[in-house]
Ligand binder design. Sequence first.
Ligand SMILES: Cc1cc2nc3c(=O)[nH]c(=O)nc-3n(C[C@H](O)[C@H](O)[C@H](O)COP(=O)(O)OP(=O)(O)OC[C@H]3O[C@@H](n4cnc5c(N)ncnc54)[C@H](O)[C@@H]3O)c2cc1C
Length: 405
Amino acid sequence: MDRRSFLGAVAAAAATGLLPRSLDARTAVASTPRRVIVIGAGIIGSSVAWHLARRGCDVTILEARGPAAQASGNSFAWLNGGDGGQPHSYHLLRAYALGEHRRIAQELDWPVRWGGSLEWHDGSPSGLVEHVRRMQGRGSAIRVVNGEELRSIEPALVLSGISTLAYAEHDGALDPGKATRILYDAALRQGAKGVAPARVTGISSGSGPFRVATEDDTREADVVVVAAGVGTSVIAEMAGLRLPQQSTPGVIVTTEPMDRIVHKVLYGPDVHVHQRDDGRVVLGEKAGSPQTDEHRALLVGRPNEFPSAELTMAHATRIVDLAKQHVPALAAARVEHAGVGWRPMPADGLPVLGRARSVPGLYFAVMHSGITLAPLIGRLAATEILEGIDLEILSDFRLERIPQG
Ligand SMILES: Cc1cc2nc3c(=O)[nH]c(=O)nc-3n(C[C@H](O)[C@H](O)[C@H](O)COP(=O)(O)OP(=O)(O)OC[C@H]3O[C@@H](n4cnc5c(N)ncnc54)[C@H](O)[C@@H]3O)c2cc1C
């Protein structure tokens, strides 16, 4: 169905009162079980599915590859409050989200490691100090630390020429692949059905329920949650909607388990490092991929793996070498895995959350920093879907800010 006929059918159904989904934002509906399809089993889709299933919904998760196969399995996974330049509403969302990780850890075996983060910049520290001031102004537990204190909080970190760092005490890091599978399994235990591989190829609706097609079959649902990460834009198009993204790749390297080296998330201008509770050190880099024709050709289709073992090792070695300059103890690191993650990122950098006004029952949840946000977003999305309300905390993140048509 093309966009015009799709929207026409929706409008006609709405005009005749035939729409079964009374999801108007101003209409509070009773919390009743309903058929929901969640597209995508990354950390966001798995979290939404868990919250909906535990509240009695009949949930089916359709996943093209497998849980955590895309961004959620290839993420640096720093849990953080963002930076001082972001809108206040986004900062607030992230601040609540950090608290939600502590809450979820009381219910699930949550693979989180707290301990704070240390961030530093090249050159003059004025930008970093300004960031700290703005974050303090928003209530964040963050402060500037310098050389001597640094040696006591993170003895393994050696920084030449840098004496000013930002220490955010409440930050942490997650094992994102494990966390996604924990949420996915929790959703299944609550009765959700997980279908993978099942790539969604079409969505249609009219006066009745949604019909969601995969390569193998078609299923009906009253509500469809699109949590397909970078694939969300294509699914929006299927429903005649625009949701452009500026997805960029990032290389993530994981070492074999090591004795404890670092205690905090280390975030430098070139490289990022943290060490999980299982001893594995996770490394990411700031630089994007080179803007050459050769690289562009390699990145078509958004691969998660490098084309050869040699290239995998070359990239991993380059990033470990960068990190060794700051954490010399990483000289003993042995690379276990290096892969490429693609950041889901709506074009203006902010999350897109909530139901599409023009397509009642179609609910979007796509964002960068999804590892930080996932536990909270799952709960809030389930509340909006089941209670039929618009939560004020999400009002700056609606699809409608993006020009349609
Ligand atoms: C290199 C890198 C570093 C990052 N660092 C951080 C960080 O430090 N902190 C932080 O909070 N966040 C970070 N992020 C962002 C975070 O990882 C993502 O925001 C988060 O994983 C998004 O989760 P998701 O479930 O929306 O998407 P995904 O994990 O990508 O899941 C989407 C799923 O949808 C499936 N899918 C797609 N299309 C279809 C279809 N048509 N039919 C069925 N299924 C489909 C995919 O197979 C996939 O499994 C980083 C991301 C990257 C790539």
